[in-house]
Design a protein around this ligand. Structure first.
Ligand SMILES: [Fe+2]
Ligand SMILES: [Fe+2]
Length: 184
């Protein structure tokens, strides 16, 4: 490959990567779907746990940490040749784990008479439906581009909009109700 061709290829792949990153950030399906799985490698995203996210309910905190850990592991796997297996493993884990996790959270909300329980449960139901669809897509067709993109997008969006926002509001209420560090 000539120097000019190599430089042009580098520039093209950098433009592609930036466009893809923007597409993922803006959740633009049309652009995101026009790039191959290769473009998803080295996406510099990480969702780190911090203590502000603690609910004060020990089993829920353990489950949230597990969800963060598994999603971060999936993002890390995007840098390897194992990304298809990683998406499959993640969906196998997630579609069962969220049932267990949501039930635990909903029990706490009911036990402590959380006033926004219904709207919180509605968000759980929406996410469950999205993940079940992805899981069905994966079990029927394997990990194709659509399953790959949507798994990362749906999970990332959920971590940002549900765990980091909706669950945090619930956590504040539960902390006031049961006191920090109380186990359920
Ligand atoms: Fe949660
Ligand atoms: Fe929740």
């Amino acid at each position: 490959m000539s120097v000019t061709t190599a430089a042009a290829t580098r520039e093209k792949s950098l433009c592609g990567f930036l466009a893809l990153l923007l597409a993922v950030c803006r959740f633009d399906d049309e652009i995101a779907m026009s790039y191959s799985m290769e473009n998803y490698k080295a996406i510099p995203m990480s969702f780190k746990w911090n203590d502000e996210l603690n609910t004060g309910i020990s089993n829920i905190d353990i489950q949230h940490k597990q969800l963060f850990t598994r999603f971060n592991a999936l993002l890390q796997a995007c840098n390897t040749a194992q990304e298809k297996d990683a998406v499959g493993n993640y969906l196998n884990f997630l579609h069962e784990y969220i049932i267990f996790h949501f039930e635990a959270e909903e029990r706490e909300m009911i036990n402590h008479k959380y006033p926004r329980c219904d709207e919180h449960k509605a968000e759980h139901e929406t996410f469950k439906k999205q993940i079940n669809q992805l899981y069905e897509g994966y079990t029927t067709h394997g990990v194709n581009m659509q399953v790959f993109v949507m798994t990362i997008r749906t999970s990332g969006e959920w971590l940002v909009n549900h765990i980091l926002k909706t669950d945090k509001v619930m956590a504040e209420y539960l902390r006031n109700e049961v006191g920090t560090g109380s186990g359920a």
